[in-house]
Design a protein around this ligand. Structure first.
Ligand SMILES: [Fe+2]
Ligand SMILES: [Fe+2]
Length: 266
């Protein structure tokens, strides 16, 4: 049974990790920014678009932290649904030691969101092979190239087992809930692509559209599989905390057909 929550407030989805997105019933594709707070230090993951800035920042403030505590903005790729509010975030944080972290291949494009005199804030995840500290916790970065951009990566919080998966595990959602739940017969369904109500169908369609190829999607899932994450926190769609659902989705997405260019027949 789906749990009803107050989506007008931030939701702590794991210890020190807050969902600071919002439920927009009019949109079938809305975004999930996250805030990590540890020992007075804070990071925002995929902060969101320009139009979403006010509501995301309000939710961040509702957690009780002050913007000056935010030391790090992490962006998994350079799309505007993640990066559109960067300038506003920089101004609001007003932290001279702020780091904006992404992969070098993304940074080429992320820099276009940032005024020239602030581009020195942009740093590379490659400089943190042992992980990046927020307070006392360590975030590890894993490349998932071309899933869906050349510099794409995912971020894993070792302490809570939370994987911030970017567009991977994302979805459009006609009937959105914070957490993905599957009915028991979903695991054996052979007609997912025909089932109108099915969250799996929405997830598969999203990956077929957004990911460039079966190979890049499979590589990303093989990387993620090794982490044995306890919570998947995607940038779109619903979070996944049920291990059975996580394992099932990894298996299905690894073998998904018709992804990106592989779905084009000429
Ligand atoms: Fe994207
Ligand atoms: Fe996205």
């Amino acid at each position: 049974m789906s749990e009803k929550r107050n989506y007008n407030r931030p939701v702590e989805v794991a210890s020190g990790i807050f969902w600071v997105g919002y439920n927009d019933p009019a949109s079938h594709l809305h975004c999930n920014p996250y805030l990590i707070v540890d020992n007075g230090d804070a990071a925002i993951i995929d902060a969101g678009s320009r139009p979403d800035f006010a509501i995301v920042m309000l939710k961040i403030l509702q957690t009780g932290i002050s913007p000056g505590q935010i030391s790090t903005l992490i962006y998994h790729h350079a799309d505007p649904d993640l990066c559109g509010s960067i300038l506003h975030m920089i101004d609001m944080c007003n932290n001279p030691n702020l780091k904006i972290l992404s992969d070098p291949k993304n940074n080429t494009f992320v820099s276009f969101y940032i005024e020239r005199d602030k581009r020195h804030l942009l740093k590379s995840i490659v400089d943190y092979p042992e992980g990046f500290k927020i307070g006392n916790r360590v975030l590890k970065f894993y490349p998932t190239p071309y899933a869906h951009t050349a510099g794409n990566f995912v971020t894993y919080d070792i302490q809570t087992g939370t994987l911030f998966s970017s567009d991977l595990f994302g979805s459009t959602s006609k009937d959105w809930n914070l957490y993905l739940e599957l009915k028991e017969n979903c695991y054996t369904c052979e007609k997912i692509d025909l089932c109108d109500e099915c969250p799996l169908r929405e997830i598969f369609e999203f990956h077929r559209t957004v990911m460039p190829s079966e190979k890049s999607l499979r590589f990303a899932l093989e990387t993620i599989e090794k982490l044995d994450a306890r919570l998947i926190a995607p940038q779109h769609g619903s979070l996944i905390k049920n291990k059975k659902v996580i394992d099932y989705l990894i298996k299905q997405l690894k073998n998904l057909k018709g992804v990106g260019i592989d779905g084009i027949t000429v």
